[in-house]
Design a protein around this ligand. Structure first.
Ligand SMILES: O=C(O)C1=C[C@@H](OP(=O)(O)O)[C@@H](O)[C@H](O)C1
Ligand SMILES: C=C(OP(=O)(O)O)C(=O)O
Length: 446
């Protein structure tokens, strides 16, 4: 967790002069966009992706698939020309699968979805695919995917043993079969193996052997999206053995999918309503979703707000009071920075649990949140698996972000009600929400 000297630009976090009252159109989900790109690339016919997220992580995914020979055409569709209905107007990507090619080079940046979901795809290519990325990507766990792919028949050179950079020597096909993995450090190991498994000769049986498994909603998202393109998937929730997922080998359909707004990226805007006692509406909030951000309705209600799903979207209102919370965030780890920011402003202490694996996210998020909130006058301590947050009056100062988009948005939440907060490298939000400063200013009527 080091401050990046190349990114010392400071963004004065806008202060809210009163209760916010805004409607915020949140761009598409990173997790849905990147899964949809992988599944469309593996399909046996072209497909469409409408309202995709266009951000660093998704452009890296698209670039990597293109490098392996997949066609991705970016178009803007008008409401009168789309088959999927009027809601599908706007940006649309047409994905044209082809035989996956190597040699190719993939830049994963610091995208967990790219570094974990693509090595199994590369194993199906007909030549070597070299993976490299940001320095932090070398530190993020990848061994679960590498070891599993070897068991399933792939040849991989991982110079650094279990992490990036590495080369997958694709041979045009992969046996597949049964594999045991410990996915306690990232659910993305499981998702990665399941997503490509319909194209493995024998499909896959993934048996998770670790003591914990984070981010179950993201695994459900993988399973739902696989089924939506015609894959047969057996899961613990559909009557199978606990901790075992099976995907049958078979062709995938090309579909026409509208990407839901990214509900985890809706978090700072909902938090703005909560901490200023205002109202924020997020249009197109899905009535049913696997996105972990949907848990915000419950978490932020417990912390003092109230919400309702109406024809306009999710209408979230703060009461003026902000309460502490004792919550296990293991299933929804990516919400932790935003929950911690609100908790630092609450009227009672909070305990956030179940998120030890966040130490290996974009940065060590537990250390970063502790340091940055405490430097503004807060009282946060790390526990073995989370944070204790005792609210204290905060003051202005620089909030460092460690190349972590969710640190930047967490700092912005605090800056709404604490004068003089400056966010270092707010541009890091481009990982999943490139227009964050503009959306934030728009919410505030600036
Ligand atoms: O599969 C996905 O799209 C994700 C899974 C989660 O990863 P971990 O299980 O590694 O926390 C989450 O934190 C990440 O933002 C996105
Ligand atoms: C952990 C995150 O991302 P990644 O997909 O890189 O794991 C995140 O977005 O909070």
């Amino acid at each position: 967790m080091t401050v990046n000297p190349a990114h010392t630009a400071l963004w004065p976090a806008p202060h809210a002069s009163g209760a916010v009252d805004a409607t915020v159109h949140v761009p598409g989900s990173k997790s849905v966009t990147n899964r949809a790109l992988v599944l469309a690339a593996l399909a046996s016919e072209p497909g469409w992706l409408r309202r995709p997220l266009r951000s660093r992580d998704t452009l890296l995914m698209a670039g990597a698939l293109r490098a392996m020979g997949v066609g991705i055409e970016e178009t803007v569709a008008s409401s009168s020309t789309v088959a999927a209905g009027p809601d599908a107007s706007g940006e649309a990507w047409r994905i044209i699968p082809s035989g996956l090619r190597g040699p190719a080079t993939v830049d994963v940046g610091n995208a967990g979805t790219v570094m974990r979901f693509l090595p199994p795809v590369a194993a199906l290519a007909d030549g070597p695919v070299r993976f490299d990325g940001d320095p932090r990507s070398y530190e993020r766990p990848l061994h679960g995917v590498i070891d599993a792919l070897r068991v399933l028949g792939a040849r991989i050179d991982d110079d650094a043993r279990g992490s990036l950079p590495l080369t997958v020597h694709g041979s045009g096909a992969l046996d597949g079969g049964t594999v045991e993995i410990d996915a306690s450090s990232s659910s993305q190991f499981v998702s990665a193996l399941l997503l490509s498994a319909p194209r493995f000769n024998q499909g896959v049986e993934v048996r998770h052997t670790g003591s914990t498994l984070p981010s179950m909603p993201h695994i459900r998202m993988t399973v739902d999206m696989l089924r939506a393109v015609g894959a047969q998937v057996d899961t613990p929730e559909s009557g199978g053995e606990p901790n075992v997922w099976r995907v049958t080998s078979g062709a995938l359909l090309g579909r026409d999918l509208i990407v839901e707004p990214d509900l985890s990226n809706a978090q700072p805007f909902l938090a703005a309503a909560l901490v200023t006692g205002g109202t924020v509406v997020i249009p197109d909030w899905p009535a049913r979703t696997t996105q972990p951000g949907d848990r915000l309705r419950e978490i932020f209600t417990e912390m003092g707000g109230s919400c309702e799903l109406t024809d306009r979207g999710l209408e979230f209102t703060g009461s003026g009071a902000i309460h502490g919370i004792d919550v296990d965030l293991g299933e929804v780890g990516e919400l932790t920075p935003g929950v911690a920011a609100v908790a630092a402003l609450a009227d009672s202490p909070s305990t956030l649990r179940g998120v030890a694996h966040l130490r290996l996210h974009e940065t060590d998020r537990l250390a970063a949140l502790t340091k940055e909130i405490n430097e503004l006058g807060g009282d946060v301590t790390e526990t073995a698996d989370g944070l204790h947050i005792r609210p204290r009056p905060l003051h202005g100062g620089v909030f460092h972000t460690y190349d972590d988009h969710r640190m930047a948005t967490a700092g912005a939440i605090i800056g709404l009600v604490v004068g003089g907060v400056e966010i270092e490298n707010v541009a890091t939000t481009a990982k999943t929400l490139p227009d964050f400063p503009e959306l934030w200013a728009g919410m505030l009527g600036n």
